[in-house]
Ligand binder design. Structure first.
Ligand SMILES: NC(=O)c1ccc[n+]([C@@H]2O[C@H](COP(=O)([O-])OP(=O)(O)OC[C@H]3O[C@@H](n4cnc5c(N)ncnc54)[C@H](O)[C@@H]3O)[C@@H](O)[C@H]2O)c1
Length: 352
């Protein structure tokens, strides 16, 4: 594959690790990275080591997207070791009033854009995609979002993506993402899939501080919260919730887009997919083995369950960013072949 230049929008817990993992993938050159405060751009390739070192312990994960920081964000205080906030701590970055626009303005030199942005506002990623369309971008866009409803919002823009020449890959992290793809592969033994169960275990290897955005969004999946109420929680309230659960939070029946992504790939009905998991905020070790179970009927009348498990040693960061960058490359191949529109991770696997 020819060289692929890519940008990362959001250099929080996920975006920073995406830059790091990209160093181990062939033909991928990170040329731009931004957060809410600034942009680093270098078409010879960003110095990822410098950027990671400068932003270590200095992640901007304010509870804000483009709506401005609110009181909870200010109170949370970005963990800072220098004068500069987030990516601008790197000598390669410049402060910016509109970092995403900086990337859009250089879009003709960027083959793919990885959106490692928060999902506090469900339409933030679709709106960001629209800005790329308006800015004349034609390339690959890929996100690692979790919520089912956002897939529909992206689908609503399918024609606009097609007209623009954009190949949009949605829900391509770990779950949804890697595990959705695994379910699609496991389903190939069957002529009818009756049940897909995804149960994940995450121990936060890189620690709570670096993953505050993801933990807050996960709390929104607890029955007593939603995305709005989780957004309003102060840092102290989040820590109280974590303590109330002794650091181990269990989730059932989550709104994870694996369901709609498997349905749109024709594998099963969204209603036949259940997702749950256990998050251990304070420990490296996974509280349970991440397992995908796909149950179905074979052409010759047997009923069986195909099971896929992740190794317990694989971190959340490894399971999100390896697949995200792999799907990014798959997207670039499609884009270069002239295939545009919206694709989920299951559609990039063997189909029915
Ligand atoms: N699919 C999966 O398996 C999976 C797993 C983990 C996380 N995620 C998702 O990944 C996303 C990112 O998570 P995270 O932990 O890195 O979050 P984070 O809060 O640590 O980082 C978010 C980044 O986005 C930046 N940002 C916000 N608004 C911006 C704007 N207007 N312009 C430019 N940058 C902006 C912030 O500055 C920050 O750098 C979340 O939506 C999370 O749910 C998915």
């Amino acid at each position: 594959m020819d060289d692929v230049t890519f940008a990362v929008l959001g250099t929080g817990g996920i975006g920073r690790r995406a830059l790091e993992v990209s160093q181990y993938k062939d033909a991928l050159t990170p040329v731009a990275a931004c957060d809410r405060h600034g942009t680093a751009i270098d078409f010879d390739g960003l110095d990822v080591d410098e950027l990671l070192e400068a932003t270590e312990g200095n992640i901007d994960n304010e509870v804000a997207t483009d709506g401005g920081a609110d009181a909870a964000a200010v109170e949370s205080g970005v963990k800072q070791h220098g004068e500069d906030l987030g990516v601008v701590a790197s000598e390669q970055a410049r402060p910016s009033e509109d970092p995403i626009q900086d990337v859009i303005d250089h879009g003709d030199e960027i083959d793919a854009v990885l959106l490692a942005l928060p999902n506090y506002e469900h339409d933030f990623i679709p709106r960001t995609a629209e800005r790329f369309i308006e800015g004349g971008y034609s390339g690959v866009m890929i996100d690692v979002l979790k919520r089912s409803r956002v897939i529909d919002m992206l689908d609503d823009r399918r024609e606009a993506f097609e007209d623009a020449g954009i190949t949009f890959i949605c829900g391509a992290g770990a779950t949804p993402g890697l595990l959705t793809g695994a379910a699609a592969l496991a389903a190939q033994s069957f002529v009818e899939v009756t049940d897909v169960n995804i149960h994940w275990g995450v121990g936060l290897k890189s620690g709570y501080e670096d993953n505050r955005g993801t933990v807050r969004e996960d709390i929104a999946h607890l029955p007593e919260y939603d995305i709005e109420t989780a957004r309003e929680l102060s840092e102290a309230e989040i820590e109280e919730i974590i303590d109330d659960h002794d650091g181990v939070i269990e989730f059932e029946d989550m709104e994870h887009a694996d369901d709609v992504l498997l349905e749109r790939a024709g594998i099963c009905d969204a209603g036949d997919v259940t997702v749950g998991g256990i998050l251990d905020v304070y420990n490296d070790e996974k509280p349970t083995t991440t397992t995908v179970r796909v149950t179905g009927r074979t052409f010759d009348g047997e009923t069986a369950t195909n099971t896929f498990q992740l190794g317990d040693e694989t971190s959340m960061e490894a399971n999100v960013n390896g697949p995200a960058l792999g799907y990014l490359k798959a997207g670039v191949r499609r884009n270069r072949a002239g295939e545009y529109g919206v694709f989920g991770p299951a559609e990039l696997m063997p189909g029915f």
